[in-house]
Design a protein around this ligand. Structure first.
Ligand SMILES: *Cc1c(COP(=O)(O)O)cnc(C)c1O
Length: 404
């Protein structure tokens, strides 16, 4: 008799974005004249930069010629891309990471979901609350958690680290020592960032306790402040306790192109085994490589033209972030984020729940955002707005909120 993976049945179902979609659709049907602006989804809107388009065209042509055609890519990524990453993202920032410690993939969502596979099921995970849902859900699917607790709104046997206004939206060391610690900075959804001395404390903690940090740096390109690290490997000792996840989605608009990478330093050893070789084994068995044309596009991200164009693109989103932050602050809202990340995290006014504020904003201002409670129990009473819209829509949305 066939049985299913019963761990999947523990998942309460993420109704967040489908509920938002349904509510917006119903509102638009009832109010066809309304001009609804979305500052809700975490997807980019600007087109791919010219340097990237050029690299794509060139490599597509190569694929049409027998002399330059490329079949299966190397499992772990083409050398040209891995070297460009090692040099630009690590060596140039003073981080000791070699090209052969980089594993090219189709994005950080899959890597952040798959990385747990190389760890035993008896490991206990710690996550921030609120959190990007992939880390928890994939551990649930694997059987590394208990049941979902409806009252608390989270899972048994998971260590949740509340990130609230009172701790500046930064996690505190939990009472119980976790095996795997998921950290994401700059953060989705709070838009908060961690300073280098603060991250160093986590690295020291992990090394002291034998934990492993899984560090999601998908928003690294949005960092504007000097003391905020772009990589966990800027911290001393991170090579022996941290795995880093990166994506081309948010810095270069690859959400629909798909490219990312994971760094597993060769010094990272647990249970007598080096994790680099385990991840290489997993990657080689289950993944057949990111497309050649996409890896060439990724290489163009590091060209002088690519860098200049993407700096401008990130700047465009960050000027939206600044406008949202300042607009809301001047309208009397408690706001955070938006300085090193394209997300603004605001406290709902008048003790409204996250969903009450969602309805209020949709009905009174025709603006769509994301309820903080959708990211975890401690997101209740908060709301996320993104800077990924067009400038025109963003400025219009702020005027409407100010006029409420
Ligand atoms: C957008 C995002 C990613 C990137 O995902 P891709 O699969 O590379 O598009 C990873 N982590 C977080 C927290 C994100 O918000």
């Amino acid at each position: 008799m066939v049985t299913v993976n019963h761990n999947y049945l523990k998942l309460p179902g993420s109704y967040l974005f489908s509920t938002i979609g349904k509510k917006v659709k119903a509102y638009k049907e009832a109010n066809p004249q309304a001009n609804v602006i979305s500052l809700g989804i975490g997807d980019v809107t600007q087109p791919l930069a010219p340097a990237i388009i050029e690299a794509l065209h060139k490599s597509v042509d190569e694929m049409g010629d027998a002399a330059t055609f490329h079949g299966y890519a190397p499992d772990l990524g083409y050398e040209f891309l891995r070297s460009a990453i090692a040099k630009n993202d690590y060596k140039d920032r003073g981080c000791d990471i070699e090209a052969d410690e980089i594993f090219v993939s189709d994005g950080a969502k899959s890597d952040s979901g798959n990385i747990q596979e190389i760890f035993g099921l008896d490991n206990k995970i710690a996550v921030c609350d609120p959190v990007y849902p992939v880390y928890v859900d994939t551990n649930v699917m694997a059987g590394r958690t208990g049941e979902y607790n409806k009252e608390r709104g989270n899972f048994d046997n998971v260590i949740y680290m509340p990130c609230t206004a009172s701790n500046g939206f930064l996690p505190e060391f939990p009472e119980e020592v976790p095996d795997l610690i998921y950290l994401c900075f700059p953060n989705n959804p709070t838009g908060g960032a961690i300073t280098k001395p603060q991250l160093q404390e986590w690295v020291d903690y992990a090394n002291k306790n034998g934990s492993v940090i899984i560090y999601d740096a998908a928003y690294e390109a949005y960092i504007s402040e000097e003391d905020v690290p772009h990589s966990i490997y800027e911290c001393e000792g991170a090579r022996s306790c941290a795995i880093e996840l990166r994506s081309f989605s948010k810095n270069a608009g690859f959400t629909g192109v798909r490219l990312g990478f994971t760094v597993v330093p060769k010094d990272l050893v647990r249970d007598g085994v080096d994790l680099h070789s385990l991840w290489a084994r997993r990657h080689g068995t289950k993944f057949n490589g990111a497309p050649y044309i996409v890896q060439r596009a990724g290489e163009a991200v590091y060209s002088p033209e690519g860098k200049a164009q993407l700096k401008e693109q990130v700047g465009y989103y960050m000027s939206n972030a600044k406008a949202i932050y300042e607009g809301l602050a001047s309208a009397g809202y408690s706001v955070s984020g938006g300085v090193n990340a394209p997300y603004i995290w605001l406290k709902t006014p008048d003790k409204m729940t996250s969903w009450e504020f969602f309805d209020y904003l949709l009905e009174k201002a025709n603006i769509v955002g994301t309820p903080g409670s959708g990211f975890g129990a401690h997101g209740e009473g908060f709301f996320r707005l993104t800077a990924f819209g067009t400038q025109e829509n963003t400025l219009e949305a702020i005027e409407r909120i100010k006029n409420l």
